[in-house]
Design a protein around this ligand. Sequence first.
Ligand SMILES: *[C@@H]1O[C@H](CO)[C@@H](O)[C@H](O)[C@H]1NC(C)=O
Ligand SMILES: *[C@@H]1O[C@H](CO)[C@@H](O)[C@H](O)[C@H]1NC(C)=O
Ligand SMILES: *[C@@H]1O[C@H](CO)[C@@H](O)[C@H](O)[C@H]1NC(C)=O
Ligand SMILES: *[C@@H]1O[C@H](CO)[C@@H](O)[C@H](O)[C@H]1NC(C)=O
Ligand SMILES: *[C@@H]1O[C@H](CO)[C@@H](O)[C@H](O)[C@H]1NC(C)=O
Length: 426
Amino acid sequence: MLHCFRVPLAILLLALSITCSHAFRKYRHPEIKSAVFLSPKFVLEQGSVVNEYYYNIDFPRGHIALKGFNAEVVDEAGHPVPLHETYLHHWVLSRYYQRLNATNPEHDDHKHNQPDHILVRNSGICQNNSGGQYYGLGSETRGTNTDVPHPYGIEVGNSADIPAGYEEGWMLNVHAIDTRGVEDKLGCTECRCDLYNVTKDEYGRPLRPDYIGGLRCCYDHTQCRLREVSEGAKRNLYMRYTVKWIDWDEFIVPVKIYILDVTDTWKQLDNSTGQSSEHECHVEYDVESCSASGMADNRCTDSKRTSLVLPTGGYIVYGVAHQHSGGLGSALYGEDGRVLCSSIPTYGQGKEAGNEAGYIVGMSTCYPQPGSVKVNAGETLILESNYSSAQRHTGVMGLFYILVADQLPKPRLSLRVPIAKKVNKV
Ligand SMILES: *[C@@H]1O[C@H](CO)[C@@H](O)[C@H](O)[C@H]1NC(C)=O
Ligand SMILES: *[C@@H]1O[C@H](CO)[C@@H](O)[C@H](O)[C@H]1NC(C)=O
Ligand SMILES: *[C@@H]1O[C@H](CO)[C@@H](O)[C@H](O)[C@H]1NC(C)=O
Ligand SMILES: *[C@@H]1O[C@H](CO)[C@@H](O)[C@H](O)[C@H]1NC(C)=O
Ligand SMILES: *[C@@H]1O[C@H](CO)[C@@H](O)[C@H](O)[C@H]1NC(C)=O
């Protein structure tokens, strides 16, 4: 017997905006649940940096399909904090299996894939410790839609996939920079090494002389140069994250997550299909100022491209790019030059959280008509990332996140329209 309004075992249930119409009663329609959680507290003061890894965060359990994930920085009162105060460089959500009774790991890249903790990477295509996350965004997080369209979902928590003696866990990495009172806000957000007075990386290894900015200069506990030294202004902050999901059922079409990186140095061999060769993803790159090089085109656009092949073909059901300030847009092209997805930044125009002038506050997304955007097996894709080169930028990114379905849903499923339900409130 179907109940349109099942009572969840939840703390608080907000009113449903969609009521149950007669037409839906014939189908067992999925219910999109959403829950809001707070990360552990982190503390920032003027010019300081956190790069924290929170293991075993609160997360829905059981065999589910993820339908969306988003996050933002809030203060102790729960108010959203604007980017010109706390710049959210990035957050990353990763999945892992942890041996039962094992303690949460200390973050150390080299410990991944040790017997107690197995990182569950997405479907590719970067290798080693790069780009393996399930979700990740930065300053654009408040204005970027991450919803997975119906009837697709990211399958997790299937006990058949979890090795015996292990359980699934989720790790949230938060990298945030407090730019209140700093000398150069853009320079601090672009992690310029001179502003952090850093010559060695997090592990004490000297930086290459030509490394002038990027993540190796703004690691946890580094300090960006202030206009004048001032006391106090320490504050407690949290990531407030929202997870949307539905309980798994046979009608959900699973999607693969691919995170493509324009800095990937993979090169196609003449008769290679790409599967066996190495993908070295550098994640960050620099954009030189066109006036400095004197040879850029007059529109001063830096356009970076790379070629890639997915391990299997399929249908793109969602796409979005990740860029930093200065970004002008990114696109993924098929071998014949057709646009598979293009994702363009929105810049804020005001002061308030979600609309901060000079920052990317959202990225446009692609939701192709079902079946309309197909990647053929072995097809060579081109990823393109454009930045304004009117001034120099360090540590920028050109990532592209796509969800790909192996198969199209069966037609009758189009009648199954999900309804939305909140299961808690923070
Ligand atoms: C975990 O700890 C509990 C209680 O200490 C114990 O009963 C259980 O057998 C342990 N499980 C594993 C897999 O070691
Ligand atoms: C920068 O670092 C050097 C070496 O660690 C130190 O001697 C110097 O005082 C630092 N400068 C500032 C402005 O903090
Ligand atoms: C292409 O494949 C053939 C047969 O597998 C091999 O002999 C040849 O060296 C390959 N060429 C390149 C450029 O990899
Ligand atoms: C991945 O790590 C292995 C072992 O550390 C190393 O040999 C290999 O070169 C790395 N591959 C890439 C693409 O970075
Ligand atoms: C990137 O810049 C190039 C050259 O200016 C242009 O042809 C292309 O359309 C741009 N791509 C995007 C996604 O904006």
